[in-house]
Design a protein around this ligand. Structure first.
Ligand SMILES: [Zn+2]
Length: 429
């Protein structure tokens, strides 16, 4: 194994810089794929192309709910998994001497929302003010491009990792995490993991993340003409009462004594979001049925199971409200059933990532206790593999006019390249 001397470090960083145009090219290709839930195929195909371009052989890894059902990291699926297999590719060294590494990223994106509110169309990537705009640009297609270009940079410098490097492109990070779980379980355990999820408007290292439970409440009322309104039970109004109970629960869970030390100083870390609502039939009819979809945060030190039990209790109690008398209330759990997780800064991989970032950019990664989640929990909680989650400056992820900083993305590429080279060691390609 060639030691990573100053010359090699210089060559790797120079190679990263020579790949800047190509990085943007791949980012544009990925952002053009509207890879929302169920529509990931084009992005997954693009990942196969990218892995082949790196000289690797992509393989498909199915997400099989029957195989995962008993795993503690499994979340109840929303839709079928046919035709949406995850993609992975493995680099194998000539002689393995260093530590093995997983480079992981999700290709799925959340819906674009009101497309007419975007300055430029969400799946037509564009550059303004040194940033790439587009749905998924920040979360997390730039991160995927960074890890791939970091590998390409080693090759361009005449080197390659002297250990196995797995690249994983997975689905459903935004709703279950089952793609990551299936892919992790299908491949050998590695010595460390890097997931380049975006930072909150700056380059950041995730130090912890909350858990999340998705719940769906369907209220069936009693229909009536509005002239006999008192005879009916309005399902939309009833659902509103239940949603109010969730907001009371949110306030309770954000009380100081429930907040883990890792989230001290974070404003309102446990969030309950009323994300979707559908219901009603006619403006002059008392609504028969209404369904609401909620996302409930889970603080460290509390579990998704406990949160599920809390939700069952709060919905049962809300259903006894006098305005709901005679209504039917159905509660379902589909989507996230995910526990919170800590990413200690002092694991070997995270410490190295911070050092590499400083060398590659001259800056410091900001600590980020995240009030959302990543796929990193699977590796930490269920495999015991240290995981460094760090990535570029992204803005308005899950919002309108999502963007990622271009210089920031290049800095992350340089950081990952140095981290990989030192973690795995290098050999001549
Ligand atoms: Zn993400």
């Amino acid at each position: 194994m060639t030691p990573l001397d100053a010359g090699a470090r210089r060559a790797i960083l120079d190679a990263c810089d020579s790949l800047r145009e190509e990085s943007l090219d791949w980012l544009f290709r990925l952002v053009r794929c509207p890879s929302t839930l169920g529509n990931e195929a084009s992005a997954l195909n693009e990942m196969e192309r990218l892995y082949r371009h790196l000289g690797l052989t992509p393989q498909r890894i199915p997400t099989d709910p029957a195989k995962l059902a008993d795993h503690p990291g499994f979340s109840p699926p929303l839709i079928d998994y046919a035709g949406r297999d995850n993609v992975a590719a493995i680099h194998r060294p000539t002689s393995a001497k260093g530590r093995s590494l997983v480079l992981q990223g999700h290709v799925d994106v959340v819906p674009e929302g009101a497309a007419d509110m975007w300055e430029t169309p969400p799946y037509a990537p564009s550059i303004r003010n040194g940033r790439v705009y587009g749905r998924g640009a920040g979360d997390m297609k730039a991160g995927i491009v960074s890890y791939a270009m970091a590998f390409a940079a080693l090759r361009r410098a005449g080197l390659q990792p002297a250990a196995e490097v797995q690249m994983q492109a997975v689905i459903e990070e935004e709703c279950t995490g089952n793609g990551a779980l299936a892919t992790m379980l299908a491949l050998p355990k590695a010595d460390g993991v890097i997931i380049p999820e975006p930072g909150p408007g700056l380059d950041a290292l995730y130090t912890a993340e909350v858990g999340v439970v998705w719940a769906w409440v369907t209220v069936s009322g009693r229909p009536a003409h509005v002239r006999d309104m008192q005879a009916g039970i309005n399902a939309i109004e009833a659902a509103n009462i239940i949603a109010g109970a969730f907001k009371d629960y949110e306030a309770e869970r954000n009380r100081g004594e429930h907040i883990h030390a890792a989230f001290h100083g974070v404003n309102h870390p446990v969030n309950v979001n009323l994300g979707t609502i559908s219901g009603g039939e006619w403006n002059s009819s008392v609504a028969t049925r209404c369904r609401i979809g909620l996302r409930v945060g889970v603080m460290l030190g509390y579990s998704a199971r406990q949160t599920k039990a809390d939700i069952e209790a709060l919905v049962a109690k809300a259903a006894t409200h006098e305005r709901l008398r005679g209504a039917q209330v159905k509660l379902e759990f589909k989507g996230f059933m995910a526990d919170a997780c800590v990413f200690p800064k002092d694991t070997a991989i995270s410490a190295l990532a911070q050092r590499s970032y400083a060398e590659a950019t001259g800056g410091t990664l900001r600590d980020y206790p995240a009030t959302g989640l990543t796929d990193g929990r699977h590796f930490v909680l269920y495999q015991g593999t240290p995981c460094a989650v760090f990535g570029p400056d992204a803005q308005d992820i899950h919002g309108i006019d999502e963007s990622v900083g271009i210089e920031s993305m290049h800095g992350i590429t340089r950081s990952i390249a140095l981290t990989m080279a030192e973690w795995c060691g290098v050999e001549h390609a």
